[in-house]
Design a protein around this ligand. Structure first.
Ligand SMILES: [Zn+2]
Length: 175
């Protein structure tokens, strides 16, 4: 697995790299890992009104190249949880559990077409929210990333209207 991280503070880059490599073993099989390429961009996502983003690049048939974007204003706890959230989506794409057909405006989840687009009720979001909390807890138990700690930059993040992410382009368009 290759992880390339751009921008953000040095502390954020190091924490992101460590967290991604750590959770990859929990989320992805050893067989698939060597083929995965992840580009991570840590940036101000005010305009996107979300905390993170995960998308596949190139093809959606067997996605192996991914782009993950993480908002740089999150405190360390939320930052790491967002990473686990997006990595869960990466796993869903890589294992073909979640498939987006942009041309047909279609989303498939574990082989079934999804027609209801309530963000928090989407099965892939339910799984991602659950997994981000579980992995964060487990990481703390194991003492991974404990050397990285910083606070949130702005209060806006407490605003509930901010999305965790905009994972699915199609669900966003249909809103
Ligand atoms: Zn999500």
């Amino acid at each position: 697995m290759i992880v390339k991280i751009r921008s953000g503070s040095q502390q954020q880059r190091r924490a992101a790299k460590k967290a991604i490599n750590w959770c990859a073993d929990k989320l992805l099989s050893k067989r698939i890992q060597p083929y995965i390429f992840i580009e991570v961009i840590i940036r101000d996502m005010t305009r996107d009104n979300c905390l993170g983003f995960c998308s596949w690049t190139e093809d959606n048939l067997r996605p192996r190249d991914f782009l993950i974007e993480i908002d740089n204003r999150q405190g360390s706890k939320r930052f790491l949880q967002t990473i686990f959230h997006e990595m869960t989506h990466l796993k869903q794409y890589a294992k073909n559990e979640l498939k987006e057909y942009l041309r047909d405006h279609k989303v498939m989840w574990k082989g079934q077409e999804i027609t209801s687009y309530n963000y928090r009720k989407c099965p892939w979001e339910i799984e991602a929210y659950k997994t981000e909390k579980e992995l964060y807890k487990q990481m703390q138990v194991e003492g991974v990333c404990k050397e990285y700690s910083w606070g949130e930059k702005y209060h806006w993040i407490k605003d509930k209207k901010v999305h965790k992410d905009l994972i699915c382009q199609i669900t966003q368009q249909k809103k």
